[in-house]
Design a binder for this molecule. Sequence first.
Ligand SMILES: [Zn+2]
Length: 86
Amino acid sequence: MNLKNAFKAGLRDAKSSQPKKYRLNFARDVDTDEPGVLILNLPAGFRFYDELCHTRGFESRAELNDAVKWAVIPCDCPECQRYQGA
Ligand SMILES: [Zn+2]
């Protein structure tokens, strides 16, 4: 990749990540080991809006989908920064 293309790709990344929006990756982010509970582990850079918390359990897929839609916001807490920077 030449410099110009690298620059363009960077611009595209900057655009697409603004505003940064969490997209559910069920296989990667949801823990279904416990029966009756779906545990959503947000990747570094996201948290739930109402508390400084990156993990939450849900009783149904619908509930989880709702939370993904409305309750997940970007996070830049020290923990997230540590994982993102790595
Ligand atoms: Zn965080």
